[in-house]
Each structure stands twice: as C-alpha cells, then as structure tokens.
Design a binder for this molecule. Structure first.
Ligand code: SF4
Ligand code: F3S
Ligand code: FES
Length: 254
C-alpha cells in the first residue's frame, strides 16, 4: 500500500474562513500494464467543508499522482460519468460531500462492481450500454410522420416522468447482486430505460420491448433487493419501475 501525507492540519478556519480538515482517501488502484491485481493506496489530504469526493480525487491527480485514472465531466450530477463505490456504496463522486462521510477513518473509493476494470476507477461500460441499446431507447411509431407535434396530456406525461430522469450512470445496475453474479441479467437501468418508453402514450413499441424483457435474463431475474433504488443519485424509484414492467408483462395492459 502506498501512503502519502500532507503536512498535518487540524480542523481550523483557513484564510477564506472555511473550516479545513484532514481526510485519508483509500483508493483502489489497478494499472493493467504493471499490476497483476488491484491494490490499495492511501493519500492523506487537507480538504474543506464544501469539498466533494471528486475534489479529493482531483487534488490527488493534479498535485500528487497524475496517473490516477477516473471518469468525470460535468462535476454537477448531470453527465453520470463518475459513479464509483464510495465507502462500499455506489454514489457519484461529484455529489458526495466529504464532510457527510465518517472522517475518523479512511474513505474507500473503488470502481463500480460487475464490469471489468480497465484502469484504476475506470470500468468497461460497453456491456452496460449494450443492455440499454437492446431495449431500443427511442420513440417507436408507425404510419406517416405527423404534420404537428404528438400531443400528450399532463397525466400521460406524468406516467413515465420518473424514469426520464436517468443519466445512465450505472450506479443501479452495478449495485445489483443479480448483475454481479454473472453479468447476463439486463440490469435495472435497461428496465428503467424501457419503462420510460413502455408507458409513453406516444410510443408504439411497448409490446416489442416487453417481449425483450420477458427473456430469461430480463425482469424476472430481479429479486426485489432494492439496492438499485438506494443507489440511484437521481432518486428514481428503480425497483418500483421494474415492478410496473413486470405487471405490464403479466397483464399486457400498457
Ligand atoms: Fe443512474 Fe439512476 Fe439511471 Fe440507474 S436509474 S443509471 S442509478 S440515474
Ligand atoms: Fe437488483 Fe434492484 Fe432487482 S438491486 S434484484 S434490480 S430490485
Ligand atoms: Fe458528471 Fe459527476 S461528473 S455526474
């Protein structure tokens, strides 16, 4: 285990009046060119009350070790690129304040589970995207193109509002024990993606999508564990959406 430590600083106001504190980040590192297996690495940093896990990772990358590899883009919970396992729970690094985590012990940061690690905190997202693509995440209609917009009442729009909020971060799918077991299960995100169209009154592809999810690796593999709902940074009721797709399959009334 590698350990780096900055000069010790107690919880005191810094020059800007923002309290600073020390935190140890315990990172799961893996370089496919030099490591045969992942290893842990500790860095003790001085951070501030408004800092997030992403800020700590930036500090390590920009000031200590430029080889640290992780994905991030928007830094504001929109792009979904920085889902990682923080203290054993899937979260977005940019939405997790350090001060909300127990600071008396190291904060562990690992790649999300169930997908192959490419380097450090970066996993191969292709199987996740493949599952999403398989449910055809686009509006399916028949007939001629309309000459005006496709109308929808507020109630019809509300029916699938929750699942429109997905940012494809994979926190749900990679928190699911069924997905960890063999990686064949479509995973909760693909079902959320299907739900968004199955219950859209303008869409005509519900039957086709339901048939895809009726697969042996589809909705019936869900064991209602709720990890996915707990993990979703957008607050989507993932397990409820899965249950609604199961019911739609049972009753074929969508
Ligand atoms: Fe992320 Fe939530 Fe979408 Fe899953 S449902 S991919 S946790 S935003
Ligand atoms: Fe997995 Fe969520 Fe079902 S965690 S088992 S998809 S409720
Ligand atoms: Fe975009 Fe965190 S960096 S969601």
């Amino acid at each position: 285990m590698t350990v780096t430590t900055e000069a010790p600083v107690k919880e005191t106001p810094d020059a800007g009046g923002v309290p600073s504190f020390q935190v140890t980040m315990r990172l799961r590192r893996f370089n496919p060119e030099s490591d045969t297996e992942p290893r842990w690495e500790d860095h003790t940093l001085t951070m501030h009350g408004t800092d997030r896990v992403l800020d700590a990772l930036h500090k390590i990358k920009w000031e200590i070790d430029g080889s640290l590899t992780f994905r991030r883009s928007c830094a504001h919970g929109i792009c979904g690129s920085d889902a990682m396992r923080i203290n054993g729970r899937n979260r977005l690094a940019c939405k997790t304040l350090l001060k909300d985590l127990p600071l008396d012990k190291p904060i562990s940061v690992e790649p999300i589970k169930g997908l192959a690690v490419m380097k450090d905190l970066v996993v191969d997202m292709e199987p996740f995207y493949a599952a999403y693509k398989s449910i055809m995440p686009f509006l399916i209609t028949t007939g001629n193109d309309p000459s005006r917009e496709r109308r929808q009442s507020p109630e019809e729009r509300e029916r699938f509002d929750d699942t429109t909020k997905c940012i494809l971060c994979a926190a749900c799918t990679t928190s699911c024990p069924v997905y960890w077991s063999d990686g064949q299960y479509f995973g909760p995100q693909a079902i959320v993606g299907a739900h968004r169209f199955i219950f859209d009154s303008r869409d005509e592809g519900a039957e086709e999508r339901l048939e895809i999810l009726n697969d042996r690796e589809g909705v019936w593999r869900c064991r209602t564990t709720f990890n996915c709902t707990d993990a979703c940074p957008r607050g989507i009721e993932v397990t409820k959406a899965i249950q609604e797709v199961k019911q739609a399959l049972l009753f074929r009334r969508v």
